[in-house]
Design a protein around this ligand. Structure first.
Ligand code: CTP
Length: 394
């Protein structure tokens, strides 16, 4: 027997939720219903209370309910949260992280798997706003079923009908049978830097390097997938933010240093960024070709990683990357000692690593050097995230 919290949205398909409750009870599950304000116009709490043989909840502002159960408890006491019908408005509010009624508050507070069975007019389902919201929710880990196709209550034809209660009940049991995702970093804060930095020479020119940010973004995503709260300080790159990651965009090394400091404390820091080692004093105006006297006076940038490793707020695990083009291991071992970090992930960047899809790295720790095979950057990220989780939970 599983405990299902069923959230009923305000659409004509809400009447089918009564049948869903009956089916789930028949299959031996406990069902507790939460109705939105809109749902109250389509089905009555009396019907659902009788079918579910339990109390029905609909208001965030019911003193008695809030005292006895509370919206946090409602979400915690379930094995699975199901939304049927999930209306366009409910999906939009979920995607935006709203918590302006009992249903959305429960959905924001839950740590349980969430399954949504959408139902709405075909135009609403196909609208770019709904497409965006569904994509966002799926990226956030919500299982959104595809609606059925057919004749609709509004007289139109197409996708948007609530899947049949039998199909929703089967999907519910399929989700319940899946093992819960492992989230060994759920109480940890991870700080990641990624990408290059740009150091201005004048208003239209800058010093840069070939870093694409892909390895760092993949690591931020892999840490978030293990449940960590992730702050990603990103240099100038064109990459989408991985799901569940808080991103802070910066341009120069000094901005990156300030953002890293502001993001502390953290349990682990993975400094993947290819920080420019030097900056110049930028000219106030565009330098002209005729300025024959132009020389770039290089000024050393702060070493973000070394400063972090020595800071009073030092994360428990500090990991640096080493980009080398020769004597990779030797330089990486020396860099680990010089910068005072726990692990160095060393890679040979003389080939196509910067900007490429794959990476062959060596993990340098106090125990020695491990040579990892050449792997897609996502696989390097997942493997490193697993190692971080093992080290922090040891
Ligand atoms: N790093 C940093 N701040 C800098 C330079 C580098 O935080 N100003 C970090 C990088 O994010 C990486 C590590 O230091 O994690 C190593 O960077 P790398 O460029 O390989 O080393 P350098 O410090 O530049 O040392 P060297 O010039 O000897 O190669």
């Amino acid at each position: 027997m599983s405990r299902i919290l069923l959230i009923i949205g305000g659409g004509i398909a809400a009447y089918k939720s009564c049948e869903l409750v009956r089916l789930l009870r028949k299959r031996g599950h406990a069902v507790r219903c939460v109705l939105t304000e809109g749902a109250l116009h389509f089905v009555t709490p009396m019907t659902l209370a009788a079918l579910s043989e339990d109390r029905v909840y609909s208001s965030l502002w019911d003193l008695k309910d809030e005292h006895e159960m509370g919206h946090i408890q409602l979400s915690r006491k379930a094995d699975l949260v199901v939304i049927a019908p999930a209306t366009a408005d409910l999906l939009a509010r979920m995607a935006g992280g709203h918590a302006d009624d009992l249903a959305t508050t429960v959905l924001l507070a839950t740590d349980k798997p969430v399954l949504a069975a959408p139902a709405m007019n075909v135009r609403m389902w196909l609208h770019p706003a709904t497409r965006r919201n569904v994509e966002r929710l799926r990226a956030d880990g919500v299982r959104v079923m595809d609606p059925d196709e057919g004749a609709m209550a509004c007289g139109e034809w197409g996708p948007g009908r609530l899947p049949e209660p039998e199909a929703i009940a089967t999907e519910i049991e399929r989700v319940l049978a899946q093992p819960l995702p492992v989230r060994p970093l759920s109480t940890r804060h991870a700080l990641v830097t990624a990408g290059p930095t740009h150091e201005p020479i004048d208003p239209v020119r800058y010093l840069a390097n070939l870093s694409s940010g892909r390895q760092g973004f993949a690591i931020a995503g892999a840490l978030a997938a293990l449940g960590a709260k992730v702050t990603l300080v990103a240099g100038p790159v064109v990459l989408p933010t991985p799901a569940g990651v808080d991103r802070i965009d910066v341009t120069t090394a000094r901005e990156m240093a300030a953002a890293v400091e502001a993001a502390l404390p953290a349990d682990v820091a993975v400094m993947v960024a290819a920080v420019a080692d030097w900056r110049v004093e930028p000219a106030a105006h565009k330098t002209k070709k005729g300025d024959a006297s132009l020389t770039l006076g290089l000024i050393e940038n702060p070493d973000i990683l070394a400063a972090l490793a020595r800071s009073p707020d030092r994360p428990r695990l500090v990991i640096g990357f080493a980009a080398e083009t020769e004597r990779v291991i030797e330089h990486a071992v020396a860099k680990r000692a010089r910068k005072g970090v726990d692990w160095i992930v060393a890679n040979d960047v003389s080939g196509d690593v910067m900007g490429g899809d794959a990476n062959a790295v060596h993990l340098v720790t106090s125990d020695g050097v491990e040579d990892w095979p050449r792997l897609p950057k996502e696989a390097v990220a997942a493997q490193l995230a697993d190692r971080i989780a093992a080290a922090l939970n040891a």
